[in-house]
Design a protein around this ligand. Structure first.
Ligand code: F6P
Length: 539
């Protein structure tokens, strides 16, 4: 069954929201808090170890009601059912979307074209587990009989960003293995990594769903050539493994079939870290931690699938985001984790959110005349406070922000944790209330400086407070954003699981490469011709 295809702007709820927007657009949140002492409680969802306060948003109970009606009007419930039941909801690529099956319990029943996929998922999980244990315990050895010390993950996009972010985020839980990530086709990237490697003790994990990606194959070939300077061809079987759907190309590369960890076309690249694409995660933090990550995601899946929309975290966050994107015309959203461990989190979400929802054609194939995918950016607090927060506080743009924090630190330094948390709470309070002229004057500010010290406030934030950064809570957090992406795609009536927008540049790069190598002569605009000639004259 196809997803429902409803232009959101034609729904009754959208029209109500448009009218309501006129009444609310200038209302200050400060007044909403003053009017209703129960506001924070009304707009807070407590679930498991998550405390999600969305009261610091430019919404009232009426807004929330219409947003929930919008979810019904676009048939979100039916769409969720279609996704979880393995229907071909990635219609443009003719695929089901079942990353949720990867983290489901063994006795779950996820079917693709009538076949339960759980047995093959658990077969691969078993393979990940035993391979991980052998490498971590040192039972698996390199070509000179030494245990592995270093893992190199070779992949790009979803085959890099997810594993890289999770390994970085869970570094507290890491074992003795050192992990490296090579993604960019920029040769300086791979060469900087090579400087740190010993061929005798390095394991290479080539991750490519298609096994056709230029960057990944170039890096894999460069690393293989470097490795073969010290080892013979038959050592490749000991040092190279691959994660892919394309077994033929993997074998063509010279990798032993036993060293292939399969994945499936119903797992999108940017949603694949739960599959064998997470092999490097499992190696870095151990299989049990990898499994806890999956269990956490599964808990969020169940919450998303079963919870009423009014108390459903991904649904509520998605609706609020639509409110700013389509009514306030906010262009971007900031993700600010108050944890240095989540340094790569916004970068990771950029692919998930922007590759999924950066679309301008609806599910009927017609051009869209309303806004879709938000621009995502962010950096951890408190660093970002000293970088771009000025613009969020006093700039001209409206930038809704998610503040993600943890009540406990992992190393237990309470002094630092209290300072971190005070900043975390202070920033959303400052963004909400601002600072009026009266306060600036009361501080004895010189007359001429007063306007510069005023903060308008009324800047929206969500606070996502989690007890502790653990594999399980990280799994929940990632899955929360995955479902938010899905909900927004349904509302905007777009296909979130294809990515044709990345193809054109790839095709042109292939042509230009032929020209650089003097194997073709193509027509270009004069700008591109000049730049190409300039490069050829200097390279
Ligand atoms: O850049 C597009 C893309 O297809 C991403 O969606 C994907 O995550 C990445 O390239 C890598 O693809 P592959 O895993 O097939 O090498």
């Amino acid at each position: 069954m196809a997803l429902p295809s409803i232009n959101p702007t034609t729904t009754n709820s959208w029209k109500k929201l448009q009218e309501h927007f006129k009444a609310i657009k200038d209302v200050h949140m400060k007044d909403l808090f003053a009017q209703d002492g129960a506001r924070a409680n009304k707009f807070t969802i407590k679930w498991d170890d998550f405390y999600v306060d969305f009261s610091k948003n430019r919404i009232t109970e009426e807004t929330f009601k219409y947003l929930l009606e919008l979810a019904d009007d676009v048939k979100l419930k039916e769409a969720i059912y279609s996704q979880f039941s393995g229907e071909i909801i990635n219609q443009t690529e003719g695929r089901a979307v079942l990353h949720t099956a990867l983290r489901a319990p063994k006795d779950a029943n996820f079917k693709v074209e009538g076949v339960n996929v759980m047995p093959e998922i658990y077969e691969v999980k078993q393979k990940i587990e035993s391979f991980t244990n052998e490498v971590v315990n040192g039972d698996k050895k390199g070509f000179t009989g030494k245990a592995f010390t270093d893992i190199v993950n070779i992949g790009i996009g979803g085959s890099d960003l997810g594993p890289a972010m999770v390994v970085d985020s869970l570094q507290y839980y890491k074992n003795h293995l050192t992990t490296h990530f090579v993604s960019n086709v920029d040769g300086d990237h791979v060469n900087e990594v090579i400087k740190k490697l010993d061929p005798e003790t390095t394991l290479f994990v080539i991750v490519s769903k298609t096994f056709t990606t230029q960057e990944t194959l170039s890096n894999a070939n460069t690393l293989k050539a470097w490795f073969l300077k010290s080892a013979s061809e038959d050592a490749i079987a000991k040092h190279f493994v691959a994660v892919s759907t394309n077994i033929k190309n993997v074998k063509g590369f010279g990798i032993d079939e036993n060293n292939v960890f399969p994945m499936w076309d119903w797992v999108g690249g940017r949603f694949s870290l739960w599959s064998a694409v997470g092999l490097t995660v499992s190696l870095a933090v151990g299989y049990n931690n990898f499994d806890s990550l999956l269990k956490g995601a599964n808990k969020m899946d169940n919450h998303f699938k079963n919870e009423d929309f009014a108390t459903n975290i991904p649904v509520v966050l998605a609706l609020i985001s639509v409110w700013y994107n389509n009514f306030f015309k906010a262009e971007s959203e900031a993700i600010i984790p108050y944890s240095q461990y989540l340094n790569q989190f916004a970068t990771y979400l950029q692919q998930g959110i922007m590759e999924s929802n950066g679309k301008s054609v609806d599910r009927n194939g017609n051009p869209i005349d309303y806004q879709t995918g938000t621009i995502i950016w962010g950096e951890p607090g408190t660093n970002s406070q000293h970088a771009f927060f000025q613009l969020i506080h006093q700039g001209t743009k409206l930038i809704p922000a998610d503040f993600i924090g943890f009540t406990q630190s992992l190393h237990g330094n309470q002094d630092h944790q209290d300072k971190l948390t005070s900043n975390f709470l202070a920033q959303t309070e400052a963004l909400l209330n601002g600072k009026p002229k009266t306060e600036v004057v009361a501080e004895g500010t010189k007359e001429a400086i007063i306007p510069f010290k005023i903060f308008q406030g009324n800047k929206p934030t969500n606070t996502i407070f989690i007890n502790k950064l653990s594999p399980e809570s990280l799994g929940k957090l990632i899955a929360m954003y995955e479902h938010k992406i899905f909900v927004q795609g349904i509302i905007w009536n777009i296909f979130s699981y294809d990515q044709f927008g990345v193809e054109l540049g790839k095709q042109l790069a292939t042509k230009i490469l032929l020209e650089i190598n003097n194997n073709a002569d193509n027509e270009h605009d004069s700008s591109t011709t000049n730049l190409l000639n300039y490069y050829k004259s200097l390279s």
